[in-house]
Design a protein around this ligand. Sequence first.
Ligand SMILES: O=C([O-])CC(=O)C(=O)O
Ligand SMILES: [Mg+2]
Length: 388
Amino acid sequence: MKITNVYEGVVPISSSIRNAWIDFSSMDCSIVAIESDVIRDGRPVVGYGFNSNGRYSAGEILRRRVLPRLLEAEPGRLLDEQGGLDHAKAWDVMMRNEKPGGHGERSVAVGVVDMALFDLASKIEGKPLYRYLSERYGDGQPDDSVFVYAAGGYYAPGKTLTDLQNEMRGFLDLGYDVVKMKIGGADLAEDLRRIEAVIDVLDGDGSRLAVDVNGRFDLDTALEYGRAIEPYGLFWYEEIGDPLDYHLNATVAEHYTGSIATGENLFSLQDARNLIRYGGLRPDRDTIQVDPALSYGLVEYLRIQDMLRQHGWSSRRCIPHGGHQFSLHIAAALKLGGNESYPGEFQPTGGFADDAVVEKSRVGLTDTPGIGFESKAAFYKVLRALHS
Ligand SMILES: O=C([O-])CC(=O)C(=O)O
Ligand SMILES: [Mg+2]
């Protein structure tokens, strides 16, 4: 197996929505196609990757550092003893001459390529990624469906409480039992009205609603909101303060008895370990949301899983951010607690296969080899155009 070509591009995933920190008016993401010399049905096998959402495209780092290293590597340096792709070795090649710390967009660039290499390797074996991963890194018996919750509930120009309720009703109609909305982008009184409007749609059951602050609150505001929302018994209170402010997180966890979720903006093993060491998270109720596509890919995510195990955390306490197909396979293979889902946002990259059906907030996996981008027509068209 040899990499013959790599292609890199950018796809807009912009929209008028806003969370408590950013709007998405210029959001985009990197895509890559990695072509191999393995031929199937008369065509080279190609692996695809993209960088989830929430971080911008990382083309400069891909073009100037990550991809040239991969292309210039002796083919044998990327392979295991059986001649298949060795993902950890490929990771080392991509990270040559990179200092530790300050992860930023570099972890995004490596994550895109890591995803494409996993897509490629599982296609070469003719297996859906979750089976490929379960055989290598799991117990060989992947989950056949994955818990998913519907994320949305953004702020948007002119969006009324009725619009918010209709959006949430739409998620329930699609088969989701648990939904997520944004808070922290309005004042407390308005956010409480928004939360109560959504809880009404959920038949009064706050445990089916997660709220996401996107890192906006200082400690006082975090505690004030915590006191106000605690009686609702929410599914979780997410990314409450700055993602790297572990002390804030620990202080909130001391006072807020409900579940907390965070980690979508932690991009490395070291950052995730600091969260576990210093963030005060409770392994019986809190959730880690590290997104493999943003944080150096699955090779690093496997290291994070090891670290969590050593600290007594179950993989079931992980529900990655991003709502993408890559994490869906990872969730089934590594027996995570579930995966985010974006039924309405971040097109064309967001969401699962076109024919995926959600029932009782669970989605099944398909037998399409690789990640299955080929079963997501609008996105596949964009990916295919990269190398046609
Ligand atoms: O609004 C965003 O950036 C996405 C986000 O936080 C999430 O999916 O949890
Ligand atoms: Mg979030």
